[in-house]
Design a binder for this molecule. Structure first.
Ligand code: C2G
Length: 130
């Protein structure tokens, strides 16, 4: 059984998120998703997410291709999370290309192309000018 792990905020869940989860799931038999905590998101992006971590966890947990969801508290814990969940492959969008190559000693590391022209920021801007 091959376990895939991926990470993200998944705020204002959109088609780009759906597509990367589908493609990540296709790399194995079990998909584990680390969802950024509200505090980690504030650190990464300097703003509160639209949806709280509890809401984002609930949405991801309901996805049929997602088997396990946990809250990612820190970017520095990635190696521990990979080991804890026994992941054979780490999948991320290519906005993170090269950034997680240090984990190639314990699992495969795959970067997938992002879905073009869709982002949480663009959605927020679109709604704010309506
Ligand atoms: N994504 C995508 N296409 C888009 C938008 C996002 O494929 N149009 C992918 C990203 O590449 C990422 C995942 O969806 O793999 C989640 O995106 P974000 O919520 O923006 O994740 P991020 O905040 O970058 O968190 O430990 C790493 C992180 O916590 C990543």
């Amino acid at each position: 059984r091959r376990t895939v792990i991926t990470f993200g905020t998944f705020d204002v869940f959109h088609l780009g998120h759906l597509r990367i989860l589908e493609r990540a799931a296709a790399h194995g038999d079990r998909l584990v998703v680390g969802v950024s905590s509200d505090a980690l998101n504030m650190k990464k992006k300097g703003r509160n997410p639209v949806f709280s971590e509890a809401e984002r966890v609930a949405i991801l947990s309901a996805m049929r291709m997602v088997d396990t969801v946990f809250v990612e508290e820190s970017l520095e814990l990635k190696r521990d999370y990979i080991k804890e969940f026994g992941a054979h492959v780490l999948v991320m969008g290519d906005d993170w290309a090269g950034r997680f190559d240090e984990f190639k000693d314990i699992c495969d590391v795959v970067y997938l192309p992002r879905t073009p022209a869709i982002s949480t920021t663009a959605i927020i801007e679109h709604i704010s000018v309506m």
